[in-house]
Design a protein around this ligand. Sequence first.
Ligand SMILES: [Fe+2]
Length: 330
Amino acid sequence: MVIFVDDEEQVLQSLKRLFRGEPYTVVFATSGKLALEMLAAAEEEVEVIVSDQRMPAMTGTEFLIRSQEFAPNAIRMIMTGYSDIQVTIDAINKGGATRYISKPWDNQEMLSFVQEAIAKYRDDSKLRTDLHKIHEQQRHHQEHFSALFGALTGFIDLTLPAAKRHAAITAEISVGMGVSLGLSPTDLEKIRMAALLHDIGLNTLSSDVAEMDPLCMSATQYALYRSHPVIGQSMIETIVHLHDIALIVRHHHENFDGTGFPDGLAGNAIPQGSAIISLANTLESEMELNGGKLPLQKVLEKVSDRGGTEFDPQLIPHMVRVAEDMYRGR
Ligand SMILES: [Fe+2]
């Protein structure tokens, strides 16, 4: 639907004649006030608004501004017989007009301006609908993903309750290190999720193996234990969003010097997230040793000594920074 607003009856009469045969509804108002009432009561979608500028009581620009409340997406145009630059600028900037039509108008031009405006409105409207659908789909995906992720961490909690707490603290340290390193929010989120799931493979082992200190394991037990990063990876990699995260999980027991498992990767070949989680994981475990009684500085010395062999030496200062903040006063 198109609405024309002009205080001169004569102008509206000639517009009526001009638009008589057009295949869309056209309505006319003699003042801004009347036009606003018509917009408020309109049963059809208002697609195009064309208003005269010079009208008593309410100017065209004022009317266009107020019309946004009733027809926010309509295409707006302003008409005037005076070429006043400031008026035109205001109609565009404040009133949201996209075209200026000077009076007297050319009939052919007026018809095509309105047709173009209707076409543009319908295009925009389709785009808005498509965008809305895409947003809805993304929201659904996000909800499903959150539920799935919750199921995975719930599974860790169910079979190894202590592991969930360890994973949560490891995630906190890892994200802290990532922040200290200046990583992007996307990378931080990946590291957080990988840290929460890094030992999920242990949940498939019998709890006597899963909870044992690797140093006390038999050869058979140790072989099982060494499989947990790969099991963890395969448990989560089929979930599309978790593919990168699964890779970080796979490599969380690699050592900087290449002596780790499962692939013996060294240096920069180890995904950064894995190297961060490996160090955070060790810091958390060491802090818990001896009933959590070791002073922070002792633990930091012990872990820092393994920089260059087990851990990336460049990560050590970031780990220290996070630890001094998290375990302040210990
Ligand atoms: Fe592990």
